[in-house]
Write a protein that binds this ligand. Structure first.
Ligand code: NAI
Length: 241
């Protein structure tokens, strides 16, 4: 991926951080975006210490002005966009507040759309680009207690396919990775009982590792995946087939 510049949103921790490190280790110049400058600085330092190239940018995907600022500073060089930033706001539909619905939709779905809109320009101009959206297997299976999150991730799959059709003529591919159950801060909120219940449904019998999700993202961001677009790559240990 030498000569490619990759923007990863939500790169400060978890899957986004792993994607940033994996892309850098494959030669990409990584632009790591998130709200927490201190965590990003540590990531950039780690990547550089390993011989990679990276910059940190302050990016809040819920805030159009923040996206515009990154587009102004780095937009002309981005070849690869990994739309990873995401949140949950769980609760049963009957009791869900509008605010919890809106916050999750704004971050996960609208944030991904706005970043794609802002950063596809350089790809279209260069007639080469990769957009990889991080969805979730629950977008395919549904999940009680997560109507907002699941709707946002199902929306990301629709976004992925429609964008893939719009950008195919310019050799820009748009794909999604749908992770299953991965050990991060997001799943750390689950209690032991919920963990055991989910794990019992995973045919491979374990949680996914960060590198396994990052590897799938890197593949879809690579040269070799050039004939794949509009695809949803399920990385879930068989949780959903
Ligand atoms: P995490 O909570 O560790 O990381 C989420 C990242 O997104 C953090 O860096 C956070 O700062 C960032 N973020 C949140 N709101 C943001 C905003 N407004 N602007 C910029 N950055 C923002 O969670 P994890 O697990 O690493 O999640 C990464 C992605 O993977 C999310 O989209 C999540 O929905 C998805 N995913 C995670 C699964 C899991 O089992 N952990 C399963 C399926 C999907």
């Amino acid at each position: 991926m030498t000569d490619r510049v990759a923007l990863v949103t939500g790169a400060s921790q978890g899957i986004g951080r792993a994607c940033a490190k994996a892309l850098a280790s494959r030669g990409a110049h990584v632009v790591a975006g998130a709200r927490q400058a201190d965590k990003l600085a540590a990531l950039v330092e780690e990547i550089r210490a390993d011989g990679g190239n990276a910059d940190a940018v302050q990016l809040d995907v819920q805030d159009q002005a923040s996206i515009d600022a990154v587009a102004a500073s780095h937009g002309k060089s981005i070849d690869i966009l990994v739309n990873n930033a995401g949140i949950t706001g769980d609760g049963l539909a009957m009791r869900m507040r509008d605010d919890d619905w809106q916050r999750v939709l704004d971050t996960n779905l609208t944030g991904s759309f706005r970043c794609a809109r802002a950063f596809m320009r350089n790809m279209v101009r260069k007639r080469w680009g990769r957009i990889v959206n991080v969805a979730s297997v629950v977008a395919l299976s549904g999940n009680p207690g997560q109507v907002n999150y699941v709707a946002s991730k199902a929306g990301i799959i629709g976004l992925t396919k429609s964008l893939a059709l719009e950008l195919a003529a310019r050799s820009v591919t748009v794909n999604a990775v749908a992770p299953g159950f991965v050990d991060t801060a997001m799943t750390g909120e689950l209690d032991e009982e919920a963990r055991a219940r989910i794990l019992s449904q995973v045919p491979l019998g374990r949680m996914g590792q960060l590198d396994e999700i990052a590897g799938a993202v890197c593949f879809l961001a690579s040269e070799e995946s050039g004939y794949i677009t509009g695809h949803v790559l399920n990385v879930s240990g068989g949780l959903y087939m």
